[in-house]
Write a protein that binds this ligand. Structure first.
Ligand code: FAD
Length: 277
């Protein structure tokens, strides 16, 4: 583990001015870990179009390296181009390009545009202006036809011009290492950064994991379900996720991308336990 380890932090756009203030403070504290970039999620369907862009441009004014997530959702090309223009003007140099998921209730509004098409669109209109990150799924995307098909579509995103990938979170390092091997066999040689989800509120995590196809190992689930004191959850969560990060880095992962949930402590505690030089 060296300072060559690329660290990045993901935020979601808060709905209230108080949430935004808290986010800016979180960002300042996490700066201690010298992240390569922060990223801000985007509600496909345009639900956070303004807030995501606002937070991104505000942080850019402070000179922060920041990557907006972007997807077509139900938007037309002009709307996406206008956002790209705005990001270019703000000096943004990295985008996380996604298909996204429609917020519930908006499912029938539009056909989602696959991420490889968005990557090709961004390259067509902005050349090499942006470093493009895409999503990868070591435990395979829940809608994928089958394992190899999902890897084939990931390859399609790189062929369209993506530079690197950030993974969905997982708690089984073997899933990641096996996935890397399969990606290599499929001709993918770009870096694939594991996504790390600290464990805080286990009930919420279990619900969310079910929807996004991330598996929580049975022993961990059963142990977490047996706790009534949140402090026990926090302690075991810290231990398990720190071990996971160590295993990933020792096994050659090029860095770590943290799903911070806009909180400092769960992520900072893991990083301090890892003591990256
Ligand atoms: P794609 O790569 O387009 O894949 C979607 C599905 O379609 C997969 O099952 C794939 O196998 C299949 N597929 C891919 N390409 C094709 C093709 N050309 N033809 C046929 N099938 C294809 N969601 C949000 O709404 N906002 C966010 O900000 C956000 N940030 C995320 C960040 C990360 C790091 C990750 C891992 C996920 C994030 N998500 C976000 C969730 C993501 O949008 C969902 O998982 C979504 O369902 C898939 O997006 P994708 O870009 O991976 O899609």
């Amino acid at each position: 583990m060296t300072n060559n380890t690329r660290i990045s932090f993901e935020f979601f756009p808060p709905k209230t001015p108080e949430g935004r203030e808290k986010l800016y403070k979180t960002r300042e504290t996490l700066q201690e870990f010298q992240p390569a970039f922060f990223s801000v999620t985007y509600g496909a369907g345009g639900t956070t179009r303004e807030t995501t862009a606002d937070i991104v441009t505000n942080l850019r004014r402070d000179g922060i390296s920041i990557a907006p997530h972007l997807s077509f959702g139900g938007d037309d090309e002009e709307t996406v181009l206008a956002l790209l223009d705005r990001y270019q003007e703000a000096g943004v140099d990295r985008i996380v390009a996604l298909r996204g998921d429609m917020p519930s209730g908006m499912g029938a509004v539009a056909q989602l545009v696959y991420a490889n098409e968005l990557v090709a669109f961004i390259r067509r209109h902005t050349g090499d202006q942006f470093h493009l990150e895409v999503a990868a799924y070591p435990e395979i995307h829940p809608e994928a036809e089958h394992y190899d098909a999902d890897i084939g579509y990931l390859k399609g995103k790189f062929d369209a011009g993506a530079n690197s990938a950030l993974t969905q979170y997982f708690y089984n390092p073997d899933a990641y290492f096996y996935f890397l091997d399969q990606c290599e066999k499929a001709g993918i040689d770009a870096p694939i950064y594991p996504g790390i989800m600290p464990i805080t509120n286990f009930t919420n995590l279990a619900r969310f994991s079910k929807n996004c196809g991330a598996e929580i190992p049975r022993w961990l689930r059963r142990r977490m379900e047996s706790f009534s004191n949140p402090e026990d959850t926090r302690k075991l969560g810290l231990e398990v996720v720190t071990d996971l990060c160590e295993t990933l880095l020792e096994g050659g992962a090029p860095g770590l991308h943290f799903y911070t949930m806009n909180q400092v402590d769960p992520t900072a505690e893991i990083l301090r336990s890892l003591s990256l030089d």
